[in-house]
Design a binder for this molecule. Structure first.
Ligand SMILES: [Zn+2]
Length: 282
């Protein structure tokens, strides 16, 4: 199913209790979860949901993203974020499920979002599953499970959920690549002429400018960094660049694209970037 179809089901009050939102990047998944939650709890006429202005819609925001210093909060909308370094614990999951035992405070139902469902421990996923299998409470209760891929979830959890695919991760934006490529080229050229290690760190820091490193599963910052390294070959003063330099940059770009796997082993993104830049440029 796609998102528009899921929104239609939500308007008609026919949405599955558990919905997996997978694909896209982190921001795409968050936006989809908010839109679905607003549609489920909005008090406008069904066809106008989400209206975006009612007391429910306005307060359904991602935690910590309140603007203008106001922290919006809706008691019937909760987000469970990864609480441990690499996982979402069973304790945190149980705490969320306890809230799901009570009646809604204000809205006609409740919406619970698991922000990184792929990081649920086996025990946490089973606690959630047990909850989904319990007899229905009187008011609607929806769980939105966000993950890069539905294949990252337990098969039992998948079989209990409606999967909504949000599309492939967004392609790399050339406008975002350009400034990274320019600062990377400047640092790499300074290193080549001076041999001072500080410029290697500068080159790594330039690539770190891609941003979005907090999600260890996201391939997007790595794709952006790799694109910046490739673009640097066209920005080098005195093109065409020597074959040795060209080979080194191509190898660096390739290593960057393979790096999400390292990141998943718990190595910090800056450490990986510094290591790769030193290996290929020095
Ligand atoms: Zn509304």
């Amino acid at each position: 199913m796609n998102l528009p179809a899921a929104l239609t089901s939500a308007r008609q009050g026919r949405l599955y209790p558990a919905v997996i939102l997978d694909g896209g990047d982190v921001e795409t998944r968050k936006r989809a979860a908010l839109e679905l939650a607003r549609t489920l709890l909005c008090e406008a006429a069904p066809e106008a949901r989400p209206c975006g202005v009612c007391r429910h819609c306005r307060r359904i925001v991602w935690p910590g993203s309140g603007t203008g210093g106001t922290t919006a909060f809706h008691p019937d909308f909760q987000v469970l974020e990864r609480d441990l370094k690499a996982s979402t614990s069973v304790d945190a999951t149980r705490e969320l499920l306890r809230t799901a035992q009570v009646s809604p405070f204000e809205a006609r139902g409740q919406v619970f979002v698991v922000a990184s469902a792929e990081s649920l421990t086996g025990e946490a996923a089973n606690a959630l599953l047990k909850n989904l299998e319990e007899p229905h409470v009187t008011s609607p209760r929806n769980f939105l499970l966000l993950a890069p891929s539905r294949l990252d979830l337990l098969p039992t959890l998948r079989s209990r959920s409606l999967a909504v695919f949000l599309g492939a991760a967004e392609p790399v934006d050339p406008a975002a690549v350009e400034p990274l490529a320019r600062s990377f080229t400047a640092a790499a050229t300074a290193y080549a002429t001076s041999g001072a290690p500080i410029y290697l760190l500068g080159a790594a820091a330039a690539l770190a400018g891609a941003g979005g490193w907090e999600d260890p599963r996201s391939g997007r910052p790595w794709a952006l960094a790799a694109a910046a390294v490739l673009r640097s070959l066209e920005l080098e003063p005195g093109a065409p660049v020597p074959p040795g330099l060209r080979r080194a940059r191509l190898a660096l770009a390739e290593s960057l694209l393979e790096s999400p796997a390292l990141r998943l082993r718990g190595i910090a993104a800056d450490r990986i970037l510094e290591g790769l830049v030193a290996r290929h440029l020095a």
